[in-house]
Design a binder for this molecule. Structure first.
Ligand code: PLP
Length: 437
């Protein structure tokens, strides 16, 4: 067996040949145990190989693997819509399924275009929506995703995200202490945007994409790949108001923030905002490929039958995994655990900030936490970030980076992580910082 025949297009963060997973751990062939604080990029929220989900997959595979939805209706898919109805906010009561996050994003935009008869979409700086051509055109988190793929689909317009730590207005007007208090503040604590970011959306609608041409605004309620940024609640509330004013549809991309990641089933629950279309994937089926969008029935009915779909979505085994994932999450109070462990993690990291000034910002919601590294001048410190990740990996703690400058470490453990495991990870991180910072 050789990696020689795997495409080099997959950049790999670690040279680990993984053999199995259990809970928050991955094991290699030699039996070395790694704390997987990457969750396969925010997917294994119920932990690796949760016994109940494994059983549901096995049982479904023995009954029916593929029940093509354009041909027949598999009972498991109906069971899945019933389960989703219990966690999605009303009036989002009708579902479309596909396989990956990017496919679901494409579906959301195609629905928005047909339903409104409009062509354009507004996205945000730092956003990540996937790597198919349209999703890539809507992705602004790094040029490396676009380099040599141009031209990309047109009709995409970009506004700034409400990133308080880097906001030009907030930076000018506030003291460091005020900015720190606002940055990453929990929206429920009354975080308020200075108004710059929503104002820029209004400006786009005046100067570049007229409301009559704008089908949707798509936003990650907590920015993921772009740097794990928790916006003030008023930013998302303003976007809702702008959409209502102009008949534009609001799409929340909860591919990464969904399924307990931020301490609620969906991040939208923190902000008091319901979108017109909700996009989900990643944690939905605990690692089986499945994604979906939810919208109100009346909107879905504007989507021309047969004008969108695919051979596989929803795979029935994936649907079985998703049904059991939702049940396990409810019965084991997994979102609640994510909220508690996230608070513990944030507190531990903020305590380290006092000793390590290179930890420029610590922010997050639930178990979606970021540490942003800066040099003595306050500039992004990619080299230090890379060293810290390496030193943690040498101690068997796996962490990924994000952000355009690759100077942010993202903390996304499986949501079954325990208090002791968070303490162990903090201990490893502190030792790594001690060595290099
Ligand atoms: C917010 C968000 N949207 C969409 C995607 C794309 O999902 P996929 O990689 O499954 O296509 C991702 C992936 O990281 C994501 O974080």
């Amino acid at each position: 067996m050789s990696k020689q025949h795997l495409s080099p297009v997959w950049a790999r963060a670690f040279d680990i040949d993984v053999e199995r997973g259990e809970g928050i751990y991955l094991f290699d062939k030699q039996g070395t145990r790694y704390m997987d604080f990457t969750s396969g990029i925010g997917v294994t929220n119920t932990g690796h190989a949760h016994p109940r989900i494994v059983r549901a997959i096995q049982e479904q595979a023995a009954r029916l693997i593929h029940g093509q939805i354009g041909t027949v209706t598999a009972e498991k898919v109906l069971e899945l819509t019933d389960e989703l109805l219990t966690i999605c906010p009303p009036p989002l009561d009708t579902f479309f399924f596909s396989n990956s996050g990017a496919e679901a994003v494409e579906a959301a935009v195609k629905l928005a275009k047909q339903a409104t008869g409009r062509t354009n979409v507004i996205t945000f700086e730092g956003s990540f929506h996937g790597r198919t051509h349209l999703a890539m055109a809507m992705t602004q988190s790094k040029t490396s995703y676009r380099l040599k793929y141009q031209p990309l689909p047109s009709g995409i317009f970009v506004a700034p995200y409400a990133h308080c730590y880097h906001c030009p207005i907030a930076k000018r007007a506030m003291t460091d202490a005020q900015r720190a208090a606002l940055s990453g503040s929990c929206p429920n604590d009354g975080g308020k945007c200075c108004g710059y970011a929503p104002e820029q959306v209004r400006w786009l609608l005046k100067t570049q994409t007229a409301p009559a041409e704008t089908a949707a605004i798509i936003v990650e309620p907590v920015l993921g790949e772009g740097g794990y940024v928790v916006p003030p609640a008023s930013f998302l509330q303003e976007l809702r108001a702008i959409c209502d004013e102009h008949g534009v549809l609001l799409i929340f991309d909860e591919v990464q923030t969904g399924f307990g990641r931020t301490g609620k089933f969906f991040a939208l629950e923190h902000f008091g905002v319901v979108p017109d279309i909700l996009v989900m994937a990643k944690g939905l089926a605990s690692g089986m490929p499945l994604s979906g969008i939810a919208a109100r029935r009346e909107l879905m009915e504007k989507w021309t039958p047969g004008s969108h779909g695919g051979t596989y979505g929803p795979n029935v085994v994936s649907a079985a995994a998703a049904v059991e994932t939702i049940r396990v999450m409810k019965e084991e109070c997994i979102p609640e655990n994510a909220a508690a462990r996230g608070k513990q993690l944030l507190a531990g990291l903020r305590a380290l900030q006092k000793d390590f000034p290179s930890l420029g910002d610590v922010r997050g919601l639930g178990c979606m936490v970021a540490t942003e590294f800066v040099d003595a001048q306050g500039n992004p410190d990619k080299a230090l970030t890379k060293q810290v990740v390496q030193r943690c990996a040498e101690r068997n703690l796996l962490l990924l980076t994000c952000g355009a400058y690759e100077n942010v470490i993202r903390w996304i453990p499986p949501l079954v992580v325990t208090e002791a495991q968070i303490n162990e990870a903090l201990h490893i991180f502190a030792a790594a910082l001690d060595e290099v910072a």
